[in-house]
Design a protein around this ligand. Structure first.
Ligand SMILES: *Cc1c(COP(=O)(O)O)cnc(C)c1O
Length: 428
């Protein structure tokens, strides 16, 4: 088997996610072979700074010794066993750790962010059914929200480009205005006043909408939203799949507004970016509504083959240990300031419409570029030539490095992106 075969079969057999394969077929294939710390190394030995944490999952860098060892140790015991009718130690210990960290009481496992959201939606729906408030069946989510690619998650998604074609397949939901403007909360309150009796839950990406283009909410937005949910008896689902595990500067984004949601969705960074694992957390009150005799049919009839996978849970426990042992959240604060300082330069470029940042999540908005010009995509390819890997969202350049990135690496990342934007947009 030759390296060229891998590249050829990649274009002819593998169907890549969120990728126009016709365009991809004309591009150089990048085969990542290894990783070390904040870098990825390709099959030719070239090294790249991982500017988007391997699509927002990696936390402490690649080949992190403690996580590698935790997985190996678990592998020497067992790779997978079920949570249906049995349990395993890593799954139990992780549930306890997550509950303590979030001030929530119960943990339901699945294996990716979309399923974590599906679980939250189904629990919220069924909760009201079990409470006898049978009309509370509807969901509210925000313009530009992204909650995953399965159909329930797409139903509460409001990114036209990704979601519109599937509309006939989806259950209808209320679309609240963009949370970038606090006035949207008046709209939410009006809706809850009128329709609260028919609304099960509001789902939000707290503090910053990620896939929608790194759209930051004004301070106080989440707290006020939680207040409205309480006033009108509607559950709040916090989708922290992207924001969880330090990305916004605190372990979870909700903490910054002192909010404990009724349902919390975690995935991406949960295992430090090593293995697919997700969790949906909830309150004692919701959990208890599902308790009863078997014949009452209150059982939550939901579960996935790899639920509570011990390898994933062992990786997640090691991930949390590193947060404690290395004081990751404390060492993050100067990095966030360095990022903010470095980003200022980007505003000098006339085509840069806005630079948004929350913690180490950054969106550089290039405004309305004609989509056929593929400007942001070309900027990504130009950065790759300079040994930085990024992946834009439409006309927004995204930076979301591992929390382990150093301040020097932040300066390098932003400098490369600055040059790439100038090279593509102004030709100099
Ligand atoms: C990525 C993401 C999801 C979906 O997670 P997958 O693991 O890709 O299914 C859901 N919600 C948010 C906020 C995300 O960023």
């Amino acid at each position: 088997m030759e390296k060229q075969d891998i590249k050829k079969w990649d274009k002819t057999v593998v169907w890549h996610p969120f990728t126009q394969m016709k365009e991809y077929a004309g591009e150089d294939v990048l085969v990542i072979e290894r990783g070390q710390g904040n870098y990825l190394i390709d099959s030719e030995g070239a090294q790249y700074l991982d500017g988007v944490s391997s699509l927002w999952v990696n936390v402490h860098g690649h080949r992190k010794n403690e996580i590698d060892e935790a997985i190996k140790a678990q592998l020497d015991k067992i790779a997978h066993t079920t949570l249906l009718g049995a349990t395993n130690e890593p799954a139990v210990l992780l549930a306890k750790r997550l509950a303590d960290l979030t001030r929530l009481q119960h943990v339901f496992y699945s294996d990716n962010g979309s399923t974590a959201v599906e679980v939250a939606l189904k629990i919220a729906f069924e909760y009201w059914q079990l409470k006898g408030r049978k009309k509370k069946q509807k969901f509210v989510s925000f313009k530009d929200s992204y909650h995953g690619d399965t159909l329930g998650a797409v139903s509460v998604g409001h990114i036209e480009l990704f979601h519109e074609i599937y509309r006939p397949l989806l259950f209808p939901t209320y679309q609240a205005p963009s949370p970038r403007d606090a006035n949207g909360l008046d709209w939410v309150e009006d809706l809850l006043k009128r329709e609260g009796g028919e609304i099960a839950a509001i789902i939000i990406e707290p503090l910053i909408q990620a896939a929608g283009g790194m759209i930051v909410q004004p301070d106080g937005f989440l707290g006020r939203l939680k207040g409205l949910c309480e006033k009108y008896d509607v559950l709040l689902i916090a989708d922290e799949v992207a924001t969880g595990f330090g990305r916004t500067g605190t372990m979870f984004a909700c903490e910054q507004e002192g909010v404990v949601p009724e349902l919390l969705c975690l995935a991406k960074g949960l295992t430090g970016g090593y293995l697919p694992l997700a969790a949906t957390l909830t309150t004692a009150e919701i959990y208890e509504a599902f308790l009863g005799e078997y014949s009452e049919l209150k059982t939550f009839f939901h579960g996935h083959s790899y639920t509570g996978n011990p390898l994933g849970c062992a990786a997640a426990l090691a991930n949390l240990d590193i947060f404690e042992n290395e004081k990751t959240l404390e060492t993050l604060q100067p990095k966030i300031r360095t990022m903010a300082e470095a980003l200022k330069r980007l505003c000098e470029i006339p085509q840069v419409k806005e630079v948004r940042q929350k913690g180490l999540m950054v969106g550089i908005d290039l405004g309305d570029q004609p989509s056929e010009k593929r400007i942001a995509h070309k900027i990504g390819l130009a950065a790759r030539k300079k040994h930085v890997l990024i992946r834009p969202l439409g006309n927004v350049i995204v930076l979301m490095p591992p929390l382990s990135i150093t301040e020097d690496e932040i300066l390098f990342l932003v400098a490369v992106v600055y040059d790439a934007i100038r090279a593509i947009l102004t030709g100099c």
